[in-house]
Design a protein around this ligand. Structure first.
Ligand code: GLA
Length: 651
């Protein structure tokens, strides 16, 4: 029952389903033996949580076998010593003399006694990612999934089972998160006996995997967290684990560059002079990096053409990329640029020379999305082409950052290189191809900061975080909307991973007008950057931006390195408040937004959390001193607000 199998008396949804050579789908895995050792095995070629030292965790491997078919399973559990985390995955091996096909192989299967839990998931859509949804567990099946080829805007590969009374600071919470960027499924099945089966892994729909004798299949990892200290503590465990055991390279600990991005400032309409002028202004404000977004390559003045042609457009960038990068760097700024490697426009030189590289069914008109098709990432020649192009660009100039975008869901699944019986392998092979390319490029450019993106936050998952220390959270940059999107994202993903920028008002996505301070406070609760034409700011806004940058330079280490507390719920309350508490509890920064102001408002006290009750904390703005106990039980009296979307900050 530890890894429920199909067709042998366990009638619930199974973790494993294998089609044997004669077509029967019965598997009966029985325990054979186990090993326990210090450390954690690699599950190459998949991204995985890593250890910094062997003493951080121990691993248990359980061997199981079906004596009739000869199929074997190894269940892998890594338990952390100082964090309440268990990582699970499974390896399925064909130890028989005949081929077999896997129809379903989940990363984890847990049977929890009882069903007195609520299920929390994160649903959404483009520009509205990761909204929290909480519902009671019920008899039968419940769950979430993606069939979009990516983890998706619509459901994140995360779910939590929490006790009925669980809130941010108390109650039981079990978290489940998949380290995977493709099709996934999470489901619960509560049966007649009141047991809750929990399954998470690659979505079995559109999935098969063929195993010849001697071959094996490794599932992605599921990260399981448990706490009895509430939903907030579950998030902080994930944040800590992902900050130190998942995010790659030097940016794990190093300060992230404060950047200005050209997209909402200029869209496709820029040239070298305009970009250099953006960099000059940004430098005056103390920013660190200019990012040139979409539009710098091939024939790309709009959405309809150019993807795949990763050669600099010298009509826009006269003198080439090197000249632009040199000019930006001579100002003392770093330079970054945008790619959307997995895509191909039909109006591109690449498509004209390799139409068969696109994922499509030969005799069917493909479904287009944002006018583009996808490259078949399973093909070695496609991976090699992208590697040559991207590494060529990165070697050609001093580039410090890459935004790796992916702007559509995948449909028309068909690969010209796979046999008919193995077309069901394409969705997973696509993800493996993507990871292989990211592995090659991040190994070759360890100092380049890769930021993930997918039409905003459509592929915000732990698989991408393994390569990209930060991921663009949403194309919705409206500060009010962002308080909700970032609230949901913070359920699992660390604050430093949340790509967030200040943009113009009226906002490009909603038309809403929010104060500059509010936009700054919201963007600061993330990687922090700007995405507007600084030259067009009013004198007053310029002063505010300068002050925000100064603040971020001071508080950035606390924001990215502290413990994150959600203090109010923007989905149900008239405000979003959050705080960052230093790891040693010595400092706290409180930030938030009050959405609607009314005359003669009752002033509310905001209760803080996670402080040392006996310590004294000083509000450095007012000079008031409070004990931690007073702040946690009595609270901070919020000011009278003026105007809607009013920013509040207690440093
Ligand atoms: C996506 C991204 C944006 C921007 C555009 C460029 O929508 O989410 O940030 O890069 O593509 O086309």
């Amino acid at each position: 029952m530890e890894y429920g199998c199909n067709g042998c008396g366990d009638f619930r949804t199974s973790a494993l389903s294998i089609r044997n050579v004669d077509g029967n789908t019965v598997t009966d895995m029985r325990y054979e033996g186990y090993r326990i050792y210090a450390g954690k095995p690699s599950i190459d070629p998949l991204p995985a949580v890593y250890l910094n030292s062997e003493s951080e965790a121990d691993t248990l491997e359980i061997d199981m076998a079906d004596k009739v078919t000869g199929m074997r399973v190894t269940l892998i559990y890594t338990a952390f010593n100082s964090l309440d985390v268990i990582i699970r995955s499974a390896r399925i091996e064909n130890a028989s003399q005949r081929p077999a096909d896997i129809d379903r192989a989940m990363s984890m299967c847990v049977d929890l006694p009882g069903m007195d839990y609520d299920l929390i998931t994160l649903y959404g859509r483009h520009c509205k990612e990761r909204s929290e949804e909480r519902r009671p567990l019920a008899h039968g099946l419940q769950g979430i999934a993606s069939k979009r080829g990516v983890s998706s805007h619509c459901q994140n590969p995360f779910a939590a089972l929490v006790s009925k009374n669980a809130d941010e600071n108390s109650g039981e919470a079990y978290g489940f998160n998949l380290v995977y960027s493709g099709n996934f499924e999470f489901c619960t099945e509560c049966d007649y006996s009141g047991t809750s089966r929990i399954l998470m892994g690659i979505n079995p729909t559109d999935f098969t995997w063929h195993l010849e004798p001697g071959e094996s299949f490794q599932t992605p990892e599921a990260v399981m967290v448990h706490t009895s200290k509430g939903i907030g503590e579950m998030s902080r465990i994930y944040h800590k684990l992902y900050n130190f055991n998942l995010v790659p390279g030097k940016y794990r600990t190093e300060k992230r560059p404060l950047l200005i991005n050209s997209w909402e400032a200029a869209f496709f309409d820029f040239d070298t002079d305009k970009l250099v002028s953006f960099a000059e202004r940004a430098k005056e404000f103390g920013m660190d990096m200019l990012v040139m977004d979409d539009g710098w390559f091939g024939k790309r003045d709009g959405d309809c053409s150019g993807l795949g042609d990763w050669d600099v457009n010298e009509t826009k960038l006269r003198g080439g990329l090197g000249k632009l990068v040199d000019q930006v760097r001579s100002l003392g700024m770093q330079f970054g640029l945008w790619f959307e490697p997995e895509m191909i426009s039909e109006d591109s030189d690449l498509y004209r020379s390799h139409p068969d590289w696109a994922i499509r069914i030969p005799d069917r008109a493909p479904m287009r999305s944002r006018y583009q098709l996808l490259l078949d990432m399973t093909r070695q020649e496609v991976q090699d082409y992208l590697y040559e192009k991207i590494s060529g660009v990165l070697h050609s100039a001093a580039i410090s950052y890459v935004k790796w975008d992916m702007n559509r869901s995948i449909s028309d699944w068909y690969s010209a290189t796979l046999p008919a019986a193995q077309q069901g392998e394409l969705p997973h092979r696509y993800v493996l191809g993507l990871y292989a390319l990211l592995e090659r490029l991040t190994a070759e450019f360890p100092d380049v900061l890769f930021e993930g993106c997918s039409g905003g936050g459509g592929r915000f998952d732990a698989g991408m975080l393994y390569y990209c220390p930060q991921i663009w959270c949403s194309d919705d940059t409206d500060a009010y909307e962002r308080t909700r999107i970032q609230y949901g994202t913070s359920m699992i993903y660390p604050i430093s991973a949340v790509g967030s920028h200040v943009s113009v008002v009226p906002n490009h996505q909603t038309g809403r007008i929010t104060p500059m301070e509010t936009r700054g406070i919201t963007a600061m609760a993330g990687s922090f950057g700007f995405e507007l034409d600084l030259q067009k700011l009013s004198e007053e806004d310029k002063k505010t931006v300068a002050a925000q940058i100064k603040q971020f330079k001071e508080y950035g280490p606390l924001i990215h390195g502290g413990k994150y507390y959600r203090l109010s719920d923007p989905f149900t309350e008239n405000s979003a408040f959050w705080s960052f508490v230093a790891q040693d509890d010595s400092e706290v920064l409180v930030q938030g937004v009050v959405f609607r102001t009314a005359p003669n408002m009752r002033r509310k006290a905001l209760r803080l959390a996670g402080l040392c009750p006996e310590s004294r904390y000083q509000d450095t703005a007012s000079g008031e001193i409070y004990t931690g106990a007073a702040l946690m039980h009595g609270g901070l009296l919020l000011p009278q607000t003026w105007g809607d979307y009013c920013p509040v900050m207690f440093p």
